[in-house]
Design a protein around this ligand. Structure first.
Ligand code: UD2
Ligand code: MN
Length: 567
């Protein structure tokens, strides 16, 4: 008897020691997976995991998550009540893949697999384990879910809707608003409306996701908007962290960590919790590592991650804040760029953007667009990003054009309304955004090349902004003799060579540079400098006159300006 008791005590002791070790190991285990900026640890919008040296697809998991199986929450209501009169079987059966059809053709993901796994399945709870013990206010506000779709597969769209209904506290889902962006089959919209809480609005013509979302938001009756793509699967307790943050401060715009649903086999894969949204100067979105200082300072993995931009598809925003900030730029078409426009606007006009690691939503990332762009994919992306750059990026838009030269000269419509909006909201400058929100975005090396502008051995000099003339070239070159020839401007710091009138004999002076100022636009014409609009040339009026513009005669010595680089 005593031996049995001694054995039992020994076993319990060993179990206790092992348990303690396991617990400490879980909590302190360092992040071991390789992470470098050049090899991001999660998939990007258009990439799908990293191939390892062995050629296997490596899934970048949050190291410290416990692989829990999500059990479907008990609904307290039967399946019938949840789905109302909706007949799931016949809805799915009528659109199944036919034998011999390419399962990727229509949707750019494996439709056969999506159809096969059914509308409800268990997925891994991918959150950090500490998320499970975070508490939320009992009186969180309900939200309207807005899902726009254009020719979405029936099984993915239904799974999106059902995961919302089964994995959210019912009291927090006011309604699900589907916006059918003129899909070929109007029945999808009609049939899905039979599901309780689901409403469907159908566009009379193809509008694109931006105008469709604005329409959905306009129809929403809740005070909080939640946007989802039409091929998502929300995970355990996804909604509460986002509603909590927005409830505490309505100017926050929050998104979940976006997990990856494989486009091949529909496996649900955890994305890294160390990423935020970033971009390069061509306005190409990318996931990037949280800056190292911020990462070091993060001792609580449940805390929000500030992000310069959001991926765009999945976020929660207060409805009146959405309206106050000007919703979306509805002159953007089909797809793309709206996430930059929204992100710049939110930060620059008094709000903030966060990724909440305790909220997880899966999304099928694809390699190509499965739908057509009436104006073409490239032109549409250029139009949309150009509008974002022109309205929000101030002088920094020059780097966008440098990185995307094909954007120059492409039509982008009027931006007067959006500029007026920016003015009205009294938003910060893009420089403020770069300094305060995204200091990691490197400004391209500015090749500032200074020149002297020489004529007959003398140099053009600005004595004051009102007075210019030819002077002796000094060996220790003063700033007043150094010119930056950045077509079409002739600059000294922030001042530009400006004509005072468009008529012959008009003086020139230095005025603050403005990209739109036609009086500051010059071009080279042989050795002469010609003012673009008047067609007149810079003339030094020898022997003593101040420089003026006169009819171009580039053979005249007084109109000949020889740039000499200052090294
Ligand atoms: C990402 C975003 C997406 C959007 C886009 C940039 C995520 C997970 N996704 O691209 O929401 O911000 O970047 O614009 O962050 N759709 C329409 N009408 C159209 C085209 C698309 O309603 O004309 C729907 C489409 O069915 C889908 C959603 O808009 O539900 C987004 O389209 P996507 O899935 O092709 O975009 P994605 O995930 O590549
Ligand atoms: Mn998508």
């Amino acid at each position: 008897m005593r031996r049995i008791r001694a054995n039992a005590i020994a076993i319990l002791t060993v179990a206790w020691i092992l348990g303690t070790f396991y617990y400490l190991w879980q909590d302190n285990k360092p992040h071991t997976s390789p992470s470098s900026a050049s090899q991001p640890r999660a998939v990007g919008i258009k990439s799908h995991g990293q191939k390892s040296a062995s050629g296997r697809l490596e899934i970048h998991r949050e190291d410290r998550t416990i692989p829990l199986i999500v059990t479907q929450p008990s609904r307290g209501e039967g399946q019938g009540q949840l789905m109302g009169t909706f007949d799931e079987k016949s809805y799915l059966a009528s659109k199944q893949l036919k034998a011999g059809e390419d399962p990727y053709r229509e949707h750019a993901f494996n439709l056969q697999e999506s159809d096969r796994i059914g509308s409800e399945r268990a997925i891994r709870d991918t959150r950090h384990y500490r998320c499970a013990s975070v508490n939320f206010d009992p009186d969180l506000p309900p939200t309207s879910i807005i899902i726009t779709f254009h020719n979405e597969a029936r099984s993915t769209l239904l799974r999106t809707i059902k995961s919302v209904l089964t994995r959210s506290p019912p009291s927090l889902i006011q309604e699900i608003i589907l916006v059918d962006d003129f899909s070929s089959d109007p029945e999808d919209c009609q049939l899905l409306s039979q599901i309780p809480k689901v409403r469907c609005l159908r566009n009379a013509r193809r509008e694109g996701l931006i105008r469709s979302r604005v329409r959905g938001a306009g129809a929403a009756s809740a005070t909080i908007l939640t946007f989802l793509d039409s091929h998502c699967e929300v995970n355990t307790d996804w909604l509460q962290p986002m509603l909590q943050r927005v409830k505490e401060d309505h100017t926050r715009v929050v998104s979940p960590i976006i997990d990856v649903i494989s486009l091949d086999n529909f496996a649900y894969l955890a994305a890294s919790a160390d990423l935020r949204g970033g971009f390069d100067w061509s306005l190409h979105f990318k996931w990037e590592q949280i800056p190292i200082e911020q990462k070091m300072a993060r001792n609580d993995p449940t805390q929000p991650i500030r992000t310069p931009v959001i991926a765009g598809g999945i976020f929660v925003m207060d409805k009146s804040w959405f309206n106050h900030l000007g919703q979306y730029d509805t002159h953007m078409d089909i797809w793309g760029g709206e996430n930059f426009e929204l992100s710049f606007r939110v930060w620059m006009c008094g709000g903030s953007l966060e990724i909440l690691p305790c909220s997880r939503v899966g999304h099928v990332f694809r390699k190509r667009h499965p739908y057509d762009f009436p104006e073409g994919n490239a032109l549409t992306y250029i139009k949309n990003t150009r509008r974002a750059a022109e309205v929000w990026m101030d002088d920094y838009k020059q780097y966008y054009y440098a990185a995307r030269p094909s954007a120059q000269g492409k039509a982008f419509g009027s931006i007067a309304d959006r500029l007026a909006l920016r003015q009205r909201l009294n938003c910060h400058s893009f420089r403020w955004y770069l300094e305060n929100v995204y200091p990691e975005l490197k400004i391209p090396e500015q090749e500032v090349v200074f020149s002297l502008l020489k004529q007959s051995g003398l140099c053009l000099e600005s004595y004051t902004s009102d007075s210019l003339g030819l002077a002796e070239c000094k060996s220790n070159i003063p700033a007043s003799q150094k010119w930056m020839l950045i077509e079409p401007q002739i600059r000294q710091h922030d001042l530009c060579l400006t004509i005072t009138a468009f008529t012959t004999g008009s003086k020139v002076r230095m005025e603050p540079c403005s990209p739109k100022e036609s009086r500051q636009k010059w071009k080279a014409r042989g050795p002469a400098l010609q003012h673009v609009v008047s067609g007149l040339c810079l003339d030094s009026q020898p022997p003593v006159g101040p420089p003026v513009i006169t009819q171009c005669r580039p053979q005249l010595a007084s109109q000949s300006w020889e740039p000499q680089l200052v090294t």
